[in-house]
Design a protein around this ligand. Structure first.
Ligand code: HEM
Length: 392
């Protein structure tokens, strides 16, 4: 771990402001960088071609690596499954996040949640958009999909986020996992007796090869989906706002022509990937960029670094929604484990920005207030103090 902290100036959950020069150096000099992580030796892979090749080859690069990290707090989930087992289980939840589901009412939920939050500050002429907006809205949406009441929102929001601390603070992560089960179990019991039109009920009554999922399996899905919904899209939306406010020309273009927004979202996903790494474990001895990697090695595939690889993207550090290959990023992964929530994430980010641009004219950073992009495992701005013309 020391080697990594020395290089980046912090560990996986630290507010590292700029890991990109280090990635650039690693891509050039040590494309497979091995260090002692909290869960044992670990190798970081930083080149686009290597990351993509590993994501495409699930036989050599198994997802079971996740069992040694995030699986400790989430239980056994699709994130750590391979092959047929993965496909069978993933099929259960896929319909809930399909484009059809989004069109069949979920889009309206997102619009409602976003506008309710904006109502609370639109007349003030100023806001801190991380705390007052981006941080909360995606969890409210995912809670709605699952059918988890949001009355004790603050309680479970912090538990969902604490789960992800497992890489750096296993005690905190495990404690959150236990508390989350204590919170969710009564909801499971109730839905088993009295099913509703929500994903918890679907999971409880789904059958895989004639067998119902066990409570442990359902809880695994919930412990995966809650942080997946809470921790990622809020970061994408914050980074998108940061990118637009720090590139006023693009903001102007997007305000006048909303078809620019999808391009700005894709470019934000590349430029500041919310999820910077995914884990894999090698099943056989192999080679990456000419470096021998033994079977059983734990890998961190550096999506964030791959998306800034100068051999794949021209001027990779530049935020340019008009670059031709704006969708070639790996921010949602690739292949069998490609993000299940990518459609929802894009819908949430688009809806949020449409509403902000419609309702908060003249949106800009508050002069003199600091806003910095931070993070190693996950990245987004620490705060977004803004001014705008108040709504009447
Ligand atoms: C900007 C937002 C998001 C980003 C950047 C993101 C990123 C990712 C990445 C990189 C993976 C691949 C993991 C791997 O290959 O090991 C993934 C998988 C996954 N994501 Fe997302 N995600 C986002 C939003 C969401 C949302 C809103 C949900 C809610 C449903 C979600 C649910 C999942 C699930 C369940 C998986 C596991 C899929 C599988 O293993 O088959 N994600 N995500």
């Amino acid at each position: 771990m020391d080697k990594m902290v020395e290089l980046f100036g912090g560990g996986m959950m630290s507010p590292v402001p700029d890991p990109y020069p280090v990635y650039r150096k690693l891509r050039a000099e040590e494309p497979v960088f091995t260090f002692d992580g909290p869960l044992g030796p670990c190798s970081m892979v930083t080149r686009y071609d290597d990351v993509l090749a590993a994501l495409k080859d699930a036989e050599t690069f198994s997802s079971k690596g996740n069992a040694r990290g995030i699986g400790l707090v989430m239980g056994r989930t699709i994130l750590e499954m391979d092959g047929k087992e993965h496909l069978r289980q993933r099929r259960i939840v896929t319909p809930a996040f399909s484009p059809r589901a989004l069109r069949a009412g979920l889009d309206e939920v997102v619009v409602r949640v976003v506008n309710q939050l904006i109502d609370e500050f639109s007349r003030d002429g100023r806001a801190e958009l991380v705390q007052q907006f981006t941080f909360t809205f995606p969890l409210r949406v995912i809670a709605h999909v699952l059918g988890v009441p949001i009355s004790d929102f603050h309680q479970f929001h912090h538990l969902a986020l604490d789960l992800l601390a497992i890489a750096e603070d296993p005690v905190r992560g495990l404690d959150a996992a236990q508390k989350l089960v204590g919170y969710l179990q009564p909801i499971l019991d109730e839905r088993r007796r009295d099913p509703r039109d929500d994903l918890v009920s679907t999971l409880l009554h789904a059958e895989v090869e004639g067998e119902r999922l066990t409570d442990e399996e359902v809880l695994g899905f919930l412990r995966l989906l809650l942080p997946a919904g809470a921790e990622t899209t809020y970061r994408l939306t914050g980074s998108l706002i940061f990118a637009l406010l720090s590139h006023p020309k693009v903001l102007e273009e997007a305000t006048a022509d909303r078809t620019v927004l999808p391009l700005a979202i894709e470019e934000t996903l590349r430029w500041e990937s919310a999820v910077q790494y995914v884990s894999r474990e090698t099943t056989v001895d192999t080679e990456i960029s000419g470096v021998a990697v033994p079977a059983g090695a734990l890998l961190m595939l550096g999506i964030g670094s791959a998306n800034r690889d100068e051999s794949r993207f021209v001027d990779p550090d530049l935020f340019d929604p008009r670059r031709g290959d704006v969708s070639a990023h790996l921010a949602f992964g690739f292949g069998e484990h490609f993000c299940l929530g990518s459609n929802l994430a894009r819908l949430e980010a688009t809806t949020a920005l449409m509403a902000l641009l419609d309702r908060l004219p003249n949106l800009r950073f508050e002069p003199g207030a600091e806003s910095t992009m931070v993070g190693m495992a996950f990245r987004s701005p620490d705060r977004l103090p803004v001014l705008f013309d108040p709504e009447r």
